[in-house]
Design a binder for this molecule. Structure first.
Ligand code: 2U9
Length: 402
């Protein structure tokens, strides 16, 4: 039988944890010195034990071995723990004479363990640094690159085209009041168009200054705000998100619109038609674009028209250009005199045209996508397929659909 630390039922402390392969005296020698010995004997036994234990600690070569010693020293059944437990059974006088030795032993053990741990960790780090190398010359992928969403790409294309036609970009709040979204646009409270817009209203307690608040159903309030804040002539586009409570393969509750507005003294439908034709030719990058204006009705324009663009069939697919069939792409008209007056301008002095279209729909037509919902699913495979390279900024000279 090995004479190193063993289970020690005799002294009633349960199993004593072993110190592996080291010649440390059994803890009983310490316990006996405490129970029966003179202070000199206690000191001698402690010093002997401590020297051997320190030696065991100082000669460990792995953190794992050191951990075994730590458990054997200060673990639940470790030597130091057992010594500390004896304090509880001592008289106050005895505790005064023997306590300091026990505490000093504990301090010494803890210090030796900590010192060796630091040394072993340092040499483990040195060993790693000596063997591991970082090769800075290895070829490494730059990581996955994002792509430009088709809606963002088309917005950029539209801004580029209209900038070339002298239009500035105007923006405004997506949370609007019903005056800017409806009333100013000649859509009074009882007008059926309010119901047709499937509006998302905010609860009445969110009303600002008694105004009914909503998510804008079109970007038209941006033009209202511009007309109220800036003197004519005005030549702007208003691109942005709009909201309607509607959802199927061709409708999402949020979608993107771009509207245009020109206000000046002599602007008429001829200017409107030229602007739309020039814009559509640049956008679809074809010269054989044919437009058809059909009379229509919008509360904010008079006269109003819907604009169809001609398409041809190529290999079973509809391609914009020619006039085999017609596809509706825009709404437009001359701004209603009442709308001009609502913005504080004299309709006898100022007039102009406006138009509006869905950016998502334009993107689908140009790039051949068929389900609007995929635009907002965030599916990375779809985005990789239909997305655009980040540095291909659309320009008229390089081709708009870069
Ligand atoms: C002001 C005055 C007039 C903007 C216009 C349309 C016609 C139109 C639709 C196209 C498809 C909306 O996205 S869509 O559902 N828009 O048909 N929009 S005229 O007229 C204005 C705007 C602002 C001050």
């Amino acid at each position: 039988m090995d004479s190193r630390l063993r289970g020690n039922d005799k002294v009633g402390f349960g199993n004593v944890t072993d110190i592996p392969k080291k010649n440390v005296p059994p803890v009983e020698t310490l316990l006996q010195s405490i129970h029966h010995g003179s202070p000199d004997r206690v000191n001698e036994a402690f010093a002997q034990w401590l020297a051997a234990n320190n030696e065991a600690i100082a000669t460990t070569t792995s953190l794992q071995d050191l951990e075994s010693i730590r458990v054997a020293n200060t673990g639940k059944s470790g030597a130091v723990t057992l010594l500390l437990k004896t304090l509880g059974g001592m008289s106050p006088e005895e505790r005064q004479t023997k306590g300091p030795a026990i505490h000093a032993l504990r301090e010494a053990v803890m210090a030796a363990l900590a010192e060796r741990k630091a040394a072993l960790e340092a040499s483990a780090l040195d060993a790693r640094l000596a063997t591991e190398r970082l090769d800075m010359t290895l070829p490494v992928s730059a990581g996955r690159q994002g792509s430009i969403h088709p809606v963002s790409q088309v917005m950029d294309e539209l801004a580029e085209i209209f900038a070339d036609l002298g239009f500035a970009v105007a923006t405004g709040p997506e949370i609007e009041d019903d005056w800017h979204n409806f009333t100013a646009l000649n859509i009074p409270e009882t007008h059926p168009a309010r119901a047709m817009h499937d509006t998302f209203y905010f609860p009445d307690d969110k009303a600002a200054d008694g105004k009914k608040m909503l998510l804008r159903t079109h970007t038209s309030p941006v033009q209202i705000r511009t007309m109220m804040n800036e003197p004519p002539p005005i030549r702007i586009i208003a691109p942005g998100r709009v909201y309607r409570s509607d959802s199927d393969a061709t409708h999402t509750p949020m979608f993107h619109q771009i509207e245009g507005l020109v206000i000046d003294r002599d602007i008429h439908m001829g200017h409107l038609k030229w602007t739309l034709e020039t814009f559509l030719k640049a956008f679809f990058e074809r010269d054989d674009i044919v437009l058809r204006l059909r009379p229509s009705y919008f509360p904010f324009t008079e006269p109003s028209a819907e604009v169809d663009v001609g398409y041809t069939r190529e290999k079973g697919r509809r391609v914009i250009g020619g006039s085999e069939g017609w596809m509706e792409v825009l709404g437009c008209g001359m701004v209603h005199p009442r709308v001009i007056a609502n913005c504080g301008l004299d309709p006898n002095e100022w007039q102009g045209f406006a138009f509006g279209t869905g950016v998502d729909r334009l993107a689908m037509l140009k790039y051949g996508m068929d389900d609007l919902r995929a635009f907002f699913d965030g599916d990375l495979r779809w985005l990789k397929h239909y997305g655009f390279r980040a540095l291909d900024v659309p320009t008229l000279s390089a081709g708009i659909g870069a």
